[in-house]
Design a binder for this molecule. Structure first.
Ligand code: MEV
Length: 328
C-alpha cells in the first residue's frame, strides 16, 4: 500500500495589544494573519526536518510535541518539510505556527484527534520550554484557533471562551483564559514591516524580566498596557477602527519606554505613521516586525519599503491550523 503524506498550514499572528505584559498575566489581543507556515509530513525510514536528522536542540518544538504525543517510539518515522511565508525570529509567531501545523498533521497522520484544550496545552508547553519557562499561550492559541484571540486574567462574559491555561514561572503561577472574538473592522488592513533583524523571543522576554528585577517600579507599565488593551478591545467590539489604531500607538509608546523597541523598528514606524490609523511593534521587539493599521495598505507598504523594510499586507483574522491528506 502506498503510504500517503499530510500537508498542513498554520497562520502567523500579529499582536494588536498586550505583548510582554501578557507573559505576566495581563490581557492581550492577537489576530491570525494571511501569511502561513506550511508543513508536509511523509513516511520515511528515519525522522528528518528539512533534510537534516531530527535534533532536540535544533527542533525543540517538534521534539516537545512528540514527547507529549507519547514519545518517538510510538510514532513511525517521517520526513518533516517546513516552509511558507513566516520569517523566523521576527515576531510573527513562526515557532507557534510550526507547533500548530505539526500537531494538526500528526493528528491526521495517526488518525487520533486531540481536544482543543489539549492541543492548546501541548503547543503552549512547547513554547514555554523553548522560552526558558516564560511564555504566554498567545501565539500558539492564535495559530491553532485562528481569527481574533483574546487572552485575559478572567473569563470575559461577552467573548467566546475556548479554554484556560496556567503556567508555573519563577514569578509564580500565571493563569490565562483564552477567548475568540468576532469583530468586524471594515475597510482596514494591517501592513507588517519586517526590519530583517532577528530578535529571539526568549532573549527579549528574559531582558525584560531582568529589567523588572532591577527596577521593580517599571512593572507599573504592565498595568498601563492592561488599561490600553481593555480600551482597544472595547474599540474592536464597537468596530471603531480609529480608536483601535489610537490604542495601538499608545501601546507602542509604553513598549518603547520599556526598551523593547529598536532603531530599525522606529524607522519603519515613523515611515508608516502618516498613512496609518495606528502603528506599533508586534511580538517581542528588539528587531523583527512592526505593524500599521491602515485604510491605504499600498501607500503604507510603499513607505515601509522606502524606509528599508519588507512589507506584507494582511486582513485581520484568518483561519487556524489545518491539515489534509496529500494525493498519493
Ligand atoms: C511574543 O509573540 C509575545 C511575547 O508577549 C511573549 C509571549 O507572549 O510569550 C513577547
Amino acid at each position: 500500500m502506498v503510504q500517503r503524506g499530510v500537508f498542513a498550514t498554520a497562520p502567523g499572528k500579529c499582536i494588536l495589544f498586550g505583548e510582554h505584559a501578557v507573559v505576566y498575566g495581563a490581557p492581550a489581543v492577537a489576530v491570525a494573519i494571511e501569511q502561513r507556515m506550511t508543513l508536509t509530513l511523509t513516511p520515511s525510514t528515519a525522522w528528518t526536518v528539512n533534510g537534516m536528522a531530527l535534533h532536540a536542540a535544533k527542533h525543540p518544538h517538534i521534539v516537545s510535541l512528540m514527547d507529549r504525543w507519547g514519545g518517538v517510539d510510538g510514532l513511525k518515522p517521517m520526513d518533516v518539510v517546513v516552509g511558507g511565508a513566516l520569517p523566523p525570529a521576527s515576531g510573527l509567531g513562526s515557532s507557534a505556527a510550526l507547533s500548530a501545523a505539526f500537531l494538526r498533521s500528526l493528528e491526521r497522520m495517526t488518525d487520533r484527534s486531540v481536544s482543543e484544550d489539549e492541543a492548546g496545552r501541548w503547543a503552549h508547553l512547547a513554547e514555554a520550554d523553548a522560552q526558558h519557562g516564560r511564555a504566554s499561550p498567545m501565539d500558539t492559541s492564535t495559530s491553532l484557533l485562528g481569527g481574533l484571540v483574546v487572552l485575559s486574567n478572567r473569563k470575559e462574559e461577552d467573548l467566546i471562551h475556548r479554554y484556560d491555561r496556567s503556567l508555573d514561572t519563577s514569578e509564580g503561577t500565571v493563569t490565562w483564559s483564552i477567548h475568540s472574538l468576532s469583530a468586524e473592522l471594515g475597510g482596514v488592513h494591517l501592513v507588517i514591516g519586517n526590519t530583517g533583524v532577528h530578535a529571539p523571543t526568549a532573549r527579549q522576554v528574559q531582558q525584560l524580566a531582568e529589567r523588572f528585577a532591577q527596577h521593580p517600579e517599571q512593572r507599573q507599565a504592565i498595568g498601563a498596557i492592561e488599561a490600553i488593551t481593555r480600551r482597544g478591545l472595547a474599540a474592536l467590539k464597537a468596530g471603531d477602527a480609529e480608536a483601535v489604531g489610537h490604542a495601538m500607538t499608545e501601546n507602542h509608546i509604553v513598549l518603547r519606554s520599556l526598551g523593547v523597541s529598536s532603531e530599525a523598528l522606529e524607522r519603519l514606524i515613523d515611515a508608516a505613521s502618516p498613512t496609518s490609523l495606528g502603528v506599533k511593534l508586534t511580538g517581542a521587539g528588539g528587531g523583527g516586525c512592526m505593524m500599521a493599521l491602515t485604510r491605504d495598505p499600498e501607500a503604507t507598504a510603499e513607505a515601509i519599503e522606502a524606509a528599508g523594510g519588507t512589507a506584507m499586507i494582511t486582513t485581520l483574522g484568518n483561519h487556524g491550523a489545518e491539515a489534509s491528506w496529500l494525493d498519493a
